[in-house]
Design a protein around this ligand. Structure first.
Ligand code: SF4
Length: 155
């Protein structure tokens, strides 16, 4: 399946816990002032990859704790994101996903993707709330939400 990608960092230590395969998905409509990744905004930018190629690449690295779907806005490409996230879970690895949506406002079409996500970092970047001390987030409105814990407490 095609996926449009701005870039891949095969061993990232800044996009979640442990060593992570970080996929910077192309396309974002939010244009948050101060965004660190403006090159990811164009919906027709980046390069098209095959999800199978990415899944193979993830499988090859025994050092990975998991993958991180970031961008850009991962929720603009739900079907390929699901394919990669599902395959990653089948490998016994964890999945982090960034989104500009607040968790409560994630569109229903993306709920299937969240089933394969362990940790969601939510909310758009707000320049006035930027905090360089925060782990894995750019601004203090963003939350690191453990969806496994959330699922336990919500049946
Ligand atoms: S949601 Fe993320 S990628 Fe999109 S403009 Fe905001 S900070 Fe940039």
């Amino acid at each position: 399946m095609d996926i449009r990608i701005a870039g891949i960092v095969p061993e990232s230590i800044v996009d979640g816990d442990g060593i992570r395969y970080a996929i910077f998905m192309q396309g974002c409509n939010r244009h948050c002032p101060g965004c660190q990744n403006p090159a990811t905004h164009a919906l027709d930018g980046g390069k098209i990859f095959d999800t199978a190629e990415i899944i193979d690449d993830i499988k090859k690295n025994p050092l990975l704790s998991g993958i991180t779907l970031t961008g850009g806005e991962p929720l603009l490409q739900i079907p390929p994101a699901i394919e990669i996230a599902r395959a990653t879970k089948e490998m016994g690895l964890n999945v982090w996903c960034y989104t500009g949506f607040k968790f409560e406002e994630v569109p229903p079409a993306a709920h299937e993707l969240l089933k394969f996500v362990d940790v969601l970092v939510d909310g758009e970047f707000i320049l006035a709330l930027r905090d360089l001390e925060l782990d894995f987030r750019g601004s203090s409105n963003q939350r690191i939400i453990n969806l496994n814990e959330w699922r336990k407490s919500h049946g």
